[in-house]
Design a protein around this ligand. Structure first.
Ligand code: FAD
Length: 481
């Protein structure tokens, strides 16, 4: 058995099974410590009742318990990760710190600094692929370039998997668990209050590995119909696993293996769901190869778009954030985001389209708002989704395709049930009125307890006029290009 000591630094991989860095550390060391750092560089910008911090905290409690069951335990620190990790490595006298790859530019820069600090002390920093099946340049065009269109990427991704089925093999932990070093007694998980946070009013549930497993089991009963049901936000048709994929309380390899098995057994929806998991990898790959997308349009020409600015745009942005646009499905979607931290994918597309194409507001403002609110906020997928909706991204919605918020509402929430759930003031309206109360007879609305302007906002923009302005806004770029 190897004698060396090592440390595994958990980040967005909060699980004790199928874990690449932990497996690699256990396979190559005699004694393995496990640590997590509540990184003050990240926590500093968050509100005290941030749901994600609570989710991480709850997930760490379970991770620590499971590591203890296996003979180890978690050392938890609160401070700047890039200082805490080298310090802890020195205190424990480990030779190597293991972690899993991150593809966000700021995380890559931090990891490079940690590697340098560890290196200066004669220690190694060893990282592994874990959060995706294929990363970086593992899926390229025949010409050796990164893809910028999804469908050929997906086809190449599937071919790559067929050629390398081992890419889905689990990184086993239990057979090597005897090498886990018990966590020092003084390393216990601090309380939320100890790190300056409080329990949110509406926490993300369920958290942790067990939460992810329960959600997945529940979803597998419905995966067969995912292809047809996934666009209807009132229905419980999608997996809700995004926050778990974000924080690694589930394993992407396990999800992909299961989806393929279900597809092989005839569950058509499983194939569609697998495509969504591949979208996630597509955007991670785009961010890795094109880090400029964090602040710039993927298609540079669109950086010249004259987005609306000034007081009127600020007021419209505030109305969008607070769900006061006068378009019920848009407002219900923003209420879902503000109240729960989740928003259904169809509604993310709709609200992002509404902000950029009905209100003419820069996608970066909406992207930042989502980053603040989404439980599953992931820079790559969020940026990709926003640039898709704004038509500035790779393989994006063409700029002349503009969602009509009323048509979307009638199509994807036909009975108005989603609107009723988040806009109770409109609950008495029937399916004909609820999508567009601004068009309904005022006396009829009043009979149902709704007075426009008092109980519900008048529309802040007229869709048809906004559509023409947006077409002109994008045409101007085309003319100039
Ligand atoms: P399911 O339908 O069950 O899909 C399974 C998984 O596939 C998801 O959990 C997610 O990991 C992945 N996935 C699904 N759709 C997409 C997609 N379009 N792009 C990338 N991955 C996808 N997803 C995030 O995880 N974080 C974000 O910050 C994020 N921001 C978005 C912003 C906009 C404007 C848009 C249009 C989409 C965004 N998405 C984001 C993608 C998608 O909306 C969510 O992943 C999905 O709604 C999560 O619900 P679910 O877990 O039930 O998904």
């Amino acid at each position: 058995m190897p004698k060396s000591k090592s440390l595994v630094w958990f980040r967005r991989d909060l699980r004790s099974f199928d874990h690449a860095a932990l497996h690699r550390a256990l396979a190559g060391s005699g004694s393995v410590y496990c640590a997590f750092v509540f990184d003050t560089d990240i926590l500093a910008g968050l509100p005290p009742d941030d749901r994600r911090v609570h989710f991480i905290h709850a997930s760490l409690r379970e991770l620590d318990a499971d590591l203890r069951r296996l003979g180890g335990g978690l050392i938890v620190r609160h401070g700047r990760a890039e200082e805490e990790i080298p310090r802890l490595a020195a205190e424990l006298g480990v030779e190597t710190v293991f972690a899993n790859h991150d593809y966000e530019p700021a995380a890559i820069a931090r990891d490079n600094r940690v590697a340098r600090k560890l290196g200066a002390d004669g220690r190694l920093f060893a990282t592994s692929k874990d959060q995706v099946v294929f990363e970086r340049s593992e899926v390229l065009t025949l010409g050796g370039q990164p893809f910028s269109v999804f469908t050929p990427y997906k086809n190449a991704w599937l071919r790559q998997l067929a050629a390398n089925p081992d890419a889905l093999a689990p990184h086993e932990i239990e057979p090597l668990a005897a090498r886990l070093a018990p966590a020092p007694a003084a390393s216990a998980l601090p309380g939320l209050a100890d790190i300056g946070f409080a329990e949110p009013a509406n926490p993300v549930a369920p958290a942790g590995m067990s939460g992810a497993a329960d959600l997945f089991e529940h979803f597998l009963d419905r995966i067969a119909s995912y292809g047809t049901a996934r666009d209807f936000p009132a229905d419980d048709a999608t997996s809700r696993l995004s926050v778990h994929l974000r924080f690694g309380t589930t394993s992407i390899r396990h999800l992909v293996r299961t989806a393929r098995q279900m597809a092989a057994h005839g569950a058509a929806g499983a194939e569609v769901w697998l495509s969504e998991l591949i979208w996630r990898e597509f955007y991670a790959m785009i961010l890795y190869h094109h880090p400029r997308v964090v602040t710039q349009s993927f298609k540079s020409a669109f950086d010249a778009i004259a987005w609306e600015q000034g007081q009127a745009a600020d007021a419209a942005f505030a109305a969008w954030c607070e769900g006061r646009t006068g378009y019920p499905l848009v407002d219900a979607a923003m209420a879902q985001l503000n109240q729960t931290g989740f928003m259904h994918n169809r509604l993310r597309m709709l609200t992002a389209s509404f902000l950029t194409k009905d209100l003419g507001i820069d996608w970066r403002r909406g992207e930042r708002y989502f980053a603040l609110k989404l439980n599953d906020y992931d820079l790559a997928s969020n940026n990709g989704g926003w640039q898709w909706a704004a038509s500035t991204g790779c393989d994006a919605q063409p700029w002349f395709r503009i969602f009509n918020p009323l048509t979307q509402s009638r199509k994807f929430d036909p009975d108005g049930n989603f609107i009723r759930r988040y806009l109770p003031q409109l609950a008495a309206l029937d399916a004909r009125e609820i999508h567009a109360p601004m068009l309904a007879e005022p006396m009829l609305l009043l009979a149902k307890g709704v007075q426009m302007g008092r109980d519900y906002a008048w529309p802040i923009v007229e869709h048809e006029r906004a559509r023409k302005q947006t077409l002109a806004r994008f045409e101007a770029i085309r003319a100039a290009a």
